[in-house]
Write a protein that binds this ligand. Structure first.
Ligand SMILES: C[S@@+](CC[C@H](N)C(=O)[O-])C[C@H]1O[C@@H](n2cnc3c(N)ncnc32)[C@H](O)[C@@H]1O
Length: 248
């Protein structure tokens, strides 16, 4: 369990408490409704993390499968599901090696820049091909990515400190050759007292421009690609920070 996400999995939801997953789920639902394939029933949530999107999509009535490689994140998701009458199969796997049979899903989604964790463009193309393979013909693939422009200009040397009830986090980023190294120091309150335990980890993400992503999706066999400035239906641009894609 020494992937960077497992180290902080227990505290992930608290650290991300400001992320509006309700809005994210509504946005994904809107994009799902814009795809030509009807009806959409079975969805694969790739890099499902602690299950925040999977649970909301399940509540909308979709059949949802989650996949993540982080045993820590999966453990938190399983715990959340154990309190709910929701059946969401969770699979432990690397999204660069998708273990499902062809055409099993009506849609695949991947949220919160999870696919930026792929650092090698050749691996990104291969992953897109595998995603195309597990989709029914015409089924949508919806995902977001931080752009290379954002990494170069907004993240190249950033320091951010955030506090929640039980955590203090320090984010420091460095941009080197297309890759952002995100040094993350998390202080976790011990027994709700005044002492904190420290956890250090490093995340690495590669930025991708919309033109690059469109090219890779076409290479992977997607014939139609729309890209949007995140959380909108306006076109995604080179200078968007985060772009959401709808491909089928
Ligand atoms: C920022 S979190 C997003 C989680 C979730 N999609 C959400 O919106 O909350 C990124 C997730 O990607 C997963 N991840 C990163 N690399 C992965 C890989 N190679 N295979 C599968 N999951 C991966 C991490 O374990 C983590 O759960």
């Amino acid at each position: 369990m020494n992937d960077p996400f497992s180290l902080i999995a227990e505290y992930y939801d608290e650290v991300m408490e400001k992320v509006d997953y309700e809005e994210w789920a509504r946005y994904v639902k809107t994009l799902l409704s814009m795809a030509p394939l009807k009806p959409i029933r079975r969805i694969l949530d790739l890099a499902s993390g602690t299950g925040n999107l999977s649970i909301r999509l399940k509540n909308y009535g979709y059949e949802v499968f989650g996949l993540d490689y982080s045993l820590g994140m999966l453990k938190v998701a399983k715990k959340k599901l154990s309190d709910k009458p929701l059946a969401i199969p969770l699979v432990s796997a690397d999204f660069r090696h998708i273990p499902f049979k062809p055409s099993l899903f009506d849609a695949v989604i991947s949220t919160f820049d999870s696919l930026n964790n792929i650092l090698d463009p050749a691996e990104m193309i291969d992953t897109f091909k595998q995603i195309r393979g597990v989709l029914r013909n015409g089924g949508p693939f919806i995902f977001d990515l931080n752009t290379s422009w954002s990494f170069k200009t907004e993240w190249y040397n950033l320091t951010r400190v955030e506090e929640t009830a039980n955590t203090i986090s320090i984010w420091k980023s460095r941009y080197i050759n297309g890759i952002v190294y995100l040094y993350f120091t998390l202080f976790v309150r011990i027994d709700k007292g005044d002492l904190y335990r420290k956890i250090n980890t490093v995340f690495r993400e590669r930025g991708y421009s919309p033109d690059e992503v469109k090219k890779y999706l076409k290479q992977a066999g997607f014939s139609k690609v729309h890209c949007y400035d995140h959380f909108t239906l306006s076109p995604g641009r080179t200078k968007s920070s985060r772009v959401t894609y709808l491909a089928y």
